[in-house]
Ligand binder design. Structure first.
Ligand SMILES: Nc1ncnc2c1ncn2[C@@H]1O[C@H](COP(=O)(O)OP(=O)(O)O)[C@@H](O)[C@H]1O
Ligand SMILES: [Mg+2]
Length: 323
């Protein structure tokens, strides 16, 4: 039986219980308006459903945060403030937040725009991306981050499963959630798998506070992975990954037998400098560098084509005949 064959109710316990649905019975609405349709996925920081908003008659994504988070009112308020700041930013690369609400039993949930498409994690499961696409997606994430940072919001959990790609446009998901986890002392390191710690900056791995440059590191890791096909710092346990993040140099970038252009390698290494002071000073600066490289590469390529074309020994029908 697939997820679509289930109706779902939010219980008072810490779990979301799927219950078999009979088509005759009306579905229970969350907060009086959201009909849960199917589960999209669950991570360490909640479970996401595709839902229909009956009030505005549109699809939305609902993210239910773990129930134990609802007890710390000051942390919830800070989370709400941050989500409000982020939702006030209208940017094509930031997921649109419609609302933050709570179920009758106090479970906090976020109502977001529902995006069709796939996450970068799903895309990368089919292998690395070509360089142009990787640089384009990274520049889009950098643009979204720059806007979030302008509002004083640090994401803290940039990773492929938090980047949704819909018609070639990246949407950054899940801002503010990692901070709530930190405040609940459910550190990401303590509650997640080796896969997730792989994107943490050295300062985060050492338990220090995050700033803009922490997000820049994570984006550097994502860019490396898009090009090479795996993250730069790997290990068989979270501790081994942390050790590599803090002490090992960035491994040489290769994609199959192709060598990565030196300029791209330089950008990635700057984003992945162990010292946050030596990274890009802002996401905007990183975005500018990525786009400048792309423009220069395009210009160089067009010049190469032009010069090749000019040397070709043929005439086109429109060429003037010189006698
Ligand atoms: N706004 C959204 N629209 C569509 N799908 C979403 C949206 N937000 C999250 N998802 C999906 O839900 C999945 C689970 O998200 P999440 O609980 O944050 O876990 P994680 O980020 O660890 O994968 C994501 O990987 C994505 O596929
Ligand atoms: Mg997520």
């Amino acid at each position: 039986m697939s997820a679509q064959d289930f109706g779902t109710v939010i219980t008072g316990s810490n779990s979301v219980m799927p219950v078999p649905m009979t088509h005759a019975s009306p579905r229970e609405l969350v907060a009086g308006r959201y009909e849960l349709i199917s589960e999209r996925g669950r991570g360490s920081m909640g479970v996401v459903f595709k839902a229909r908003d009956h009030k505005l008659d549109r699809f939305v994504a609902l993210k239910f945060l773990p129930l134990q988070w609802s007890h710390d009112e000051p942390a919830r308020n800070r989370f709400r403030r941050e989500a409000r700041a982020a939702s006030a930013t209208c940017h094509p690369n930031i997921c649109t937040i419609h609302n933050i609400d709570a179920t009758d039993d106090g479970r906090l949930f976020i109502v977001m725009a529902y995006y069709e498409g796939e996450t970068l994690k799903e895309k990368l499961e089919r292998g690395p991306l070509n360089l142009d696409q990787a640089l384009d997606l990274a520049a889009q994430v950098a643009d979204g981050l720059a806007t979030l940072h302008d509002k004083g919001v640090i994401h803290r959990d940039i990773k492929p499963s938090n980047l949704m790609i819909t018609d070639g446009i990246v949407k950054i998901l899940d801002f503010g959630v990692a901070r709530l986890a930190d405040e609940q002392r459910l550190t990401i390191a303590g509650s997640s798998t080796v896969g997730t710690v792989a994107y943490m900056a050295p300062e985060q791995a050492s338990g220090q506070d995050a700033d803009e440059r922490t997000d820049i590191w994570a984006l550097g890791t994502v860019l490396y992975e898009m090009v090479v096909g795996h993250v730069p710092f790997r290990g068989s346990s979270a501790d081994a990954v942390f050790y590599a993040i803090k002490h090992e140099p960035v491994p040489a970038m290769r994609s199959g037998r192709t060598t990565i252009p030196a300029a791209v390698d330089t950008i990635v290494r700057k984003a992945l400098d162990k010292s946050s002071d030596r990274r890009f000073g802002s996401a905007r600066e990183l975005s500018r560098e990525l786009r400048r490289y792309q423009d220069e590469a395009t210009t160089t390529l067009s010049r190469a084509w032009l010069s090749l074309f000019q040397r070709l020994p043929f005439e086109t029908s429109s060429s003037p005949r010189l006698n």
